[in-house]
Ligand binder design. Structure first.
Ligand code: HEC
Ligand code: HEC
Ligand code: HEC
Ligand code: HEC
Length: 229
């Protein structure tokens, strides 16, 4: 049973992470992780993503830097605790443990509450309202209404799958999410058309994956239809 001790949180989390890692290797976490069969239609909207709402103020946030959504999430989820390195007090969870659609779908998605509950049913939440909320949503059978931080305009087609499978790291587009307490857009990652074109033109994974055909592939990547369809 995991109980929160006041100090030192760092040590506690490492112990928790080890205990949880052991539990997870046998729990249904793994089942829900692979619940979408590999061959499933890549265009299908994954279940896990269904609760992502558009940004609260209704404005698209692909242009410029808009930090509105960050402190208005239904549960104060902290990436640094879950995905941060063990040295910095985190549990070093793999991004795709939670964003499990990224490899096979347009959407990276947010995890089903079940994934959180695999651990949180065992984490002591006395006097911890943010943790209690997880169990409240679970009891109601509802998903937390997470608010989208990144939101490209609808006329842009972007799919995670070819990028993630092609070897592009999450951090190349989202920055060091594993160090953040709140999910927000990275100031250097504009997600504007020129930024996408530059990367498609220069990313070494295209050479690695297509070798002699890389120049042809790069032409294909520049085609308007690639991103506007
Ligand atoms: C090539 C750049 C790129 C890479 C690599 C990338 N993403 Fe994304 N990600 C985006 C863009 C662009 C959006 C916004 C998509 C939209 O609004 O249609 C996004 C949106 C998201 C979202 C919001 C939900 C969704 O599915 O739209 C999550 C979560 C996410 N990414 C996580 C990840 C994770 C985890 C990885 C690594 C496994 C990753 N991303 C790799 C560019 C990228
Ligand atoms: C691998 C196990 C694991 C998973 C999966 C997991 N958590 Fe956690 N989470 C923990 C542990 C351990 C802590 C630290 C508890 C503590 O400080 O006592 C924690 C802490 C938290 C906190 C408290 C943060 C703070 O500032 O104190 C929140 C909120 C939270 N998790 C939400 C979530 C949500 C939402 C999900 C699902 C998207 C999730 N967690 C998935 C293990 C997990
Ligand atoms: C324990 C589960 C968990 C892990 C592990 C995790 N995330 Fe997340 N992630 C979430 C949840 C829940 C949200 C939605 C709440 C929020 O925005 O903070 C989210 C939101 C995001 C977003 C913003 C999506 C949007 O709305 O546009 C990005 C980008 C993202 N994660 C990337 C990553 C990357 C990269 C990693 C690995 C370094 C990672 N995540 C690891 C649970 C997780
Ligand atoms: C690699 C992906 C990619 C390719 C290829 C691409 N675009 Fe775009 N384009 C984008 C993205 C991303 C945006 C959205 C930027 C934003 O948020 O305003 C965009 C936006 C636009 C806009 C709207 C600009 C605005 O100011 O709102 C037009 C028009 C456009 N593209 C035309 C084209 C044409 C014509 C081509 C082919 C010559 C092309 N695009 C090729 C990614 C691409």
């Amino acid at each position: 049973m995991l109980a929160r001790k006041a100090d030192p949180r760092k040590g506690h989390r490492i112990v928790a992470a080890i205990a949880l890692a052991t539990t997870l290797s046998t729990s249904c976490a793994i089942e829900s992780w692979s619940s979408m069969p590999e061959g499933q239609d890549a265009e299908a909207f994954p279940m896990e993503a269904h609760s992502l709402l558009p940004p609260e103020n209704g404005e698209r946030v692909s242009v410029g830097i808009d930090k509105q959504a960050v402190d208005s999430q239904p549960i104060a989820f902290d990436h640094s605790i879950h995905a941060g390195s063990v040295d910095s007090g985190g549990m070093a969870m793999d991004c795709q443990y939670c964003h499990s659609s990224a490899r096979r779908s347009i959407h990276a998605g947010v995890p089903a509450l079940e994934v959180c509950m695999n651990c949180h049913k065992m984490v002591d939440d006395s006097d911890r309202p943010e943790l209690q909320k997880i169990k409240e949503y679970w009891a109601k059978g509802e998903s937390p209404p997470w608010i989208k931080v990144h939101d490209l305009p609808d006329f842009v087609h972007f799919s995670h799958a070819p990028h993630v499978r092609g070897g592009v790291e999450c951090q190349e587009c989202h920055g060091a999410m594993e160090t953040r307490t709140v999910a927000e857009r990275d100031e250097d990652m504009t997600m504007l058309m020129g930024w996408c074109l530059d990367c498609n033109e220069n990313h070494p994974s295209v050479d690695e994956n297509y070798s002699a055909e890389a120049p042809l592939r790069r032409v294909e990547l520049k085609d308007c239809y690639n991103c506007h369809r």
